[in-house]
Design a protein around this ligand. Structure first.
Ligand SMILES: NC(=O)C1=CN([C@@H]2O[C@H](COP(=O)(O)OP(=O)(O)OC[C@H]3O[C@@H](n4cnc5c(N)ncnc54)[C@H](OP(=O)(O)O)[C@@H]3O)[C@@H](O)[C@H]2O)[C@@H](O)CC1
Ligand SMILES: Nc1ncnc2c1ncn2[C@@H]1O[C@H](COP(=O)(O)OP(=O)(O)O)[C@@H](O)[C@H]1O
Ligand SMILES: [K+]
Length: 505
């Protein structure tokens, strides 16, 4: 499924009408009926519904929704919040159909009268403003939105909650806080941004008959189990451990042995044939106890952290992961530089490795083998030299720019993880839940990604599937057995078996 900007959505709409001969009035009818069907799943017909209607096509959808629900016996009051001359085009056609069906329309004169009505509402349907919103809300939308936000009624937004921008980059806005948003035709970028996504509540996308071929391929898409199932690595009956790849993980320290153990274990649990660990000798006993299947690589250390070079032949490995728990000393930076410069196999850089990478960006640019960076927003902002707030206002744009300029893959982690390829294509993975908000989850992800990078057709596929398995494991574990509060990174590794089994069944 593609994720669109407002511009891409309008372009799809225009091409469907101008080139494919669709009729905008039919699209609006389809949109309104599709939303009404979702409303019916959530609302009983003894509940009172208020439909708030604005001036544009979002309001037009509101007229169709109100007519459809009234025809089906629901208790509905439709409120037009703007003057009559503002209702134009397809929205006007549907207003006339609404009135022609014999239904009553209330007009906003004094906001207090509407507010008394909202006090009585069990359900508020927000068809005030859609993707055509710009700037902060003007009267009466600002007051109505603020009042609706205080209401206990179930709030259902049509396409996008009123006031919320469709695109990234806008942080100063007032939005309706929806419980559920019925998104029309394609999810908008803002459904995946940390500052706008919460306004949507739960959401779903409804299909309204726009010809799929008229959507210009956008650069962002959404990953799902339909993508994961056919692309997850298979285990051939005659395979051997070498077939599935030998991973080298470099990191850990005397005081932080856990993270590298988590990564190595997650790599083996995700199908890697072999895993070797390069960690300080003083940390190895604590690592090996958690992962007897892994082998150790001889290393030098200084004050409990890796130092100098790691004496390994990188050609003996199919992928290298570096950074987890390795510390931030200058000595450990040397090893990150060594890996970036010398390892031609795919390299994954995480955690402290990303901290060091800030000073190695020129070296990174000269790398020929693939590099995957897996930052959380703090690490990504550090790499870019900006604040986390600046990054999160435009995470798609920043990731794309960095990936393109440095020729790397980026996995920008969060509730919606954005995976960007060096050519700028982006995939969003929304799997997982707040059970993952605990130290160690990222180390597990690195191990999973490393394993899949060695076994997949493409690195992008490996990264998408790895994030998906990681999130799916958390979802499955917190549906049965665990809660989001108690879930540990080690549980996540054990939960991978269920995630793999679910996706391969
Ligand atoms: N295929 C499709 O794409 C389909 C799309 N469909 C639907 O159309 C929706 C997009 O419709 P749209 O373009 O008419 O924009 P929309 O958001 O309804 O409002 C524009 C109005 O808002 C006003 N306004 C703007 N900012 C404001 C502010 N800050 N404060 C106050 N007012 C503000 C602006 O005012 P003006 O600038 O004119 O003064 C103008 O009157 C889309 O989300 C979906 O629901 C479906 O019908 C099916 C097919
Ligand atoms: N609220 C959340 N919802 C979904 N996924 C989350 C949430 N919080 C964290 N995650 C996921 O958990 C992982 C955390 O990674 P990171 O911050 O690097 O952890 P650590 O370095 O402590 O291991 C990422 O994959 C991230 O996407
Ligand atoms: K809306």
């Amino acid at each position: 499924m593609y994720i669109v900007t407002a511009h891409e959505m309008y372009d799809w709409d225009r091409k469907s009408i101008e080139e494919a001969g669709m009729d905008g009035r039919i699209l609006m009818e389809n949109a309104g009926r599709a939303v009404a069907e979702q409303v019916e799943k959530r609302v009983r017909n003894d509940q009172h519904i208020v439909v708030l209607i604005g001036a544009g096509n979002n309001g037009g959808d509101g007229f169709v929704i109100a007519r459809t629900l009234l025809n089906r016996g629901y208790s509905v009051k439709a409120w037009q919040l703007v003057s009559d001359e503002k209702i134009k085009g397809d929205a006007l056609v549907h207003k006339q159909l609404y009135l022609g069906a014999g239904f009553e329309l209330a007009h906003l004169t004094k906001v207090n009268v509407l507010f008394r009505e909202l006090d009585q509402a069990d359900v508020i349907i927000d068809a005030m403003l859609g993707i055509g919103v710009y700037g902060k809300l003007k009267p009466p939308f600002d007051q109505v939105t603020a009042y609706a936000n205080q209401s206990q009624a179930l709030k259902i937004a049509v396409d996008i909650p009123t006031g919320v921008p469709a695109d990234e980059g806008i942080t100063d806005f007032d939005g309706l806080q929806a419980d559920y948003t019925c998104i029309i035709a394609a999810p908008k970028l803002s459904a995946f941004l940390p500052h706008t996504a919460p306004y949507y509540g739960e959401w779903e996308v409804v299909e309204i008959g726009l010809p799929a071929k008229k959507l210009k391929k956008t650069s962002v898409s959404l990953w799902s189990s339909e993508h994961a199932r056919p692309t997850l690595p298979e285990r051939h009956p005659y395979s051997h451990k070498g077939t599935h790849g030998k991973a080298l993980v470099i990191g850990g320290s005397y005081l932080m042995p856990g993270s590298i153990a988590l990564s190595a274990r997650a790599a083996l649990r995700s199908g890697a044939g072999l895993a070797a660990v390069a960690t300080p000798k003083s940390a190895w006993p604590s690592v090996s106890v958690h992962i007897p299947e892994a082998t150790a690589v001889s290393t030098s250390e200084e004050n409990g952290v890796l130092a100098e070079r790691v004496e390994v032949d990188f050609t003996g490995y199919d992928a290298v992961g570096i950074g987890m728990g390795m510390g931030r000393s200058d000595a450990s930076r040397t090893i990150v530089q060594q890996v970036v410069e010398e390892a031609d196999v795919p390299v994954l850089i995480d955690a402290d490795g990303l901290y060091h990478l800030k000073q190695l960006l020129d070296v990174l640019k000269n790398r020929t083998g693939p590099a995957v960076l897996t930052p959380h927003p703090g690490e990504m902002a550090h790499l870019l030299g900006i604040t986390v707030t600046e990054l999160l206002a435009r995470p798609f744009e920043w990731s794309q720019r960095f990936a393109y300029n440095h020729g790397v893959y980026i996995v920008l982690k969060g509730p919606s993880t954005i995976i960007t390829a060096p050519d700028g294509t982006q995939v969003v993975d929304t799997s997982g839940n707040a059970g993952l908000a605990k130290g160690g989850s990222g180390d597990v992800l690195s191990g999973i990604l490393l394993a899949l990078m060695m076994q997949s057709q493409s690195i992008t596929e490996a990264l998408c599937n790895g994030c998906f398995l990681h999130g799916k494991a958390a979802e499955l574990l917190t549906t049965e057995g665990h809660s989001k509060a108690d879930l540990l990174a080690t549980d996540l590794i054990e939960g991978l078996s269920q995630a793999f089994r679910t996706l391969s069944s």
